[in-house]
Design a binder for this molecule. Structure first.
Ligand code: SPV
Ligand code: MG
Length: 540
């Protein structure tokens, strides 16, 4: 119960500081920045939700609706500024029932008449309701609450109404007598003198704690107020005023520059808002509670490079967009991946990258494709890695059963390896282009062009998968590779020139187990023109 939490805080701490909120987002920020509780400000809610003055123009139910959203967004207690209780004792009683039911820790009721006007409006002097009427509101509130912990603050505007210190004290004592849990003593003087005097006098006669809203005397700290005898300090409307300034500046900047980019230096990243609204928790809940839920990995296809030996076929398109009997290599890959249930497919292009257009497929570009290797291209799609991913060369055609076998593999890192033919058996002429692999006890222990026929017993088919659990290691290894600015990286001249196999070898070296998903045929790589012709011939 939030009211119990509030009572515990009051017992435990010398004093509490409340931040004034106008909506759920500001309430959340108040919690995140370490305030003890939220003050749901009538001034703020009227301005932020309806752009109306703080003058009982909003109904109790409109206020309650706003307050409910705030209370639900935070774990700390919330005290609602309920103005004058929205009318006579009947209104007060209904209000207390509804607010308590909504999980609000406490309310503040002031001795203004209904309708009221904000205490801070210039030139306004409110004629307060008489002491008896206000005491009646407090008694009605206290008799309505269900939990003994529900906290009722009686707020006197006697100083605001220029009724003098004696009247303020008289009222405060009467409200204490009526059962209030605290007295809010409001002042609109630019120094805390009135408050200092009131506190000193209250110490002698009053028993319940005091509350202050230092909007007009803002230089005093909550600690200083606490020394005077103020148990709860409310910083009531500064968050609202900050948002006006921040929004106005950013909106003006964007309008002037005619683009949203002008706002970037002064706004939080999207991720910040995602986190605040609990998007990551939503994902976790989906995984926990949605029957049969299994987040499908994304597929990342790397098709960035330019290959001289395909000239002039690749004059106006990248190799992956070359057609084989009416469909491009890429389209054929996408078909097989989709058939295996992979919905999110990302292609990293480079050379003639703008020619890659396949409905529903995300295309990213490695702008530095001329000077960088496949590893760099792969990490252009880093944002697609988080839930695990299937990696695929852009020039490999594979059959359904190959991808199905890969998706069934249970390890965190899997490499598809063809065990037939071995380097000895295969045409030696293109040996240097092939990604040989050595398998031992179902694990790939070495991978890359450099392996000799004795060291290899299979060939990497250009397909791999990483589970969600492997992603931190993948990211760390890449970060480490980038840090090492110069010098060889596995078999590459430098990390930014590295191939996928260099990275796989690095991961293995770092202790990541690479499970071999073994196949015998079912794939074709298109390295040369001859391969391309062969593919034409073999596809029916
Ligand atoms: C509010 O925040 O709505 C208050 C405090 O009542 S003040 O505006 O300072 O009166
Ligand atoms: Mg108010």
């Amino acid at each position: 119960m939030k009211s119990k939490l509030l009572r515990d805080l009051l017992k435990k701490k010398s004093h509490l500081v409340l931040g004034g909120a106008h909506d759920a987002l500001s309430a959340k920020l108040i919690e995140e920045t370490g305030y003890d509780a939220v003050w749901a400000s009538s001034f703020g809610i009227s301005a932020a939700t309806r752009m109306l003055p703080d003058a009982n123009v909003l109904t109790m139910t409109e206020m309650l609706e706003a307050v409910k959203g705030m209370a639900a967004a935070v774990n700390i207690p919330l005290i609602a500024d309920c103005d004058n209780g929205y009318g006579n004792v009947h209104n007060v009683m209904r209000m207390v029932r509804e607010y308590e039911k909504a999980g609000i820790a406490g309310v503040s009721i002031e001795d203004n008449p209904f309708p009221k006007k904000c205490s801070l409006y210039p030139g306004e002097r409110q004629i307060l309701v008489d002491i008896g009427e206000m005491a009646g509101r407090i008694k009605a509130a206290k008799s309505t609450q269900v939990s003994k912990d529900f906290f009722v603050i009686a707020r006197t505007e006697a100083l605001i109404a220029d009724m003098g210190m004696e009247e303020a004290l008289r009222r405060a004592l009467a409200y204490e007598e009526a059962g209030a849990d605290a007295i809010l003593i409001h002042s609109r003087k630019s120094t805390p003198d009135e408050i200092i005097t009131f506190c000193a006098r209250w110490k002698k006669v009053g028993r319940i704690p005091l509350v202050a809203v230092p909007t007009k005397y803002p230089e005093i700290t909550s600690k200083e107020l606490s020394k005077l005898g103020i148990k709860i300090a409310i910083f009531a409307n500064q968050a609202l005023r900050a948002s006006v300034k921040a929004m106005r500046e950013v909106l003006t900047d964007m309008r002037k520059a005619d683009k949203p980019g002008a706002a970037i230096p002064n706004i939080v990243p999207l991720d910040e808002v995602f986190r605040m609204v609990g998007q990551p928790v939503m994902e976790e809940n989906e995984a926990k509670f949605v029957k049969g839920f299994k987040k499908k990995p994304a597929a990342i296809i790397v098709a960035a490079g330019f290959e001289q030996n395909f000239w002039p076929l690749n004059q106006d398109r990248p190799k992956a967009m070359l057609e084989i009997k009416g469909k491009s290599i890429l389209e054929r890959q996408v078909e097989v991946l989709r058939g295996a249930g992979i919905e999110r497919i990302v292609v990293v292009g480079g050379y003639q990258g703008d020619k890659i257009q396949i409905p529903g497929v995300t295309v990213l570009q490695n702008k530095a494709y001329k000077t960088t290797g496949m590893l760099k291209s792969l990490f252009c799609a880093e944002s697609a890695m988080s839930d695990g991913f299937v990696f695929c060369y852009g020039d490999v055609l594979f059959e359904d059963h190959v991808i199905e076998k890969l998706l069934k593999a249970k390890s965190d890192f899997n490499l598809v390896v063809d065990q037939m033919p071995t380097p000895n058996q295969k045409n030696g002429s293109r040996k240097s282009e092939r990604d040989w692999a050595h398998i031992e006890d179902h694990q790939v222990t070495a991978i890359g062009h450099h392996l000799t026929s004795k060291q290899a017993n299979g060939e990497f088919a250009g397909l791999a998968s990483f589970s969600k659990h492997a992603i931190p290691a993948v990211r760390n290894a890449y970060a480490a590779a980038l840090k090492k600015k110069s010098g060889r990286y596995q078999n590459a001249a430098a990390a930014d020139r590295a191939q996928f196999t260099d990275f796989a070898q690095d991961l293995i070296g770092r202790g990541q187990k690479a499970h071999a998903v073994t196949i015998r045929s079912g794939w074709t790589d298109i390295h040369s023109f001859a391969d391309y012709q062969k593919a034409w011939a073999s596809i029916s």
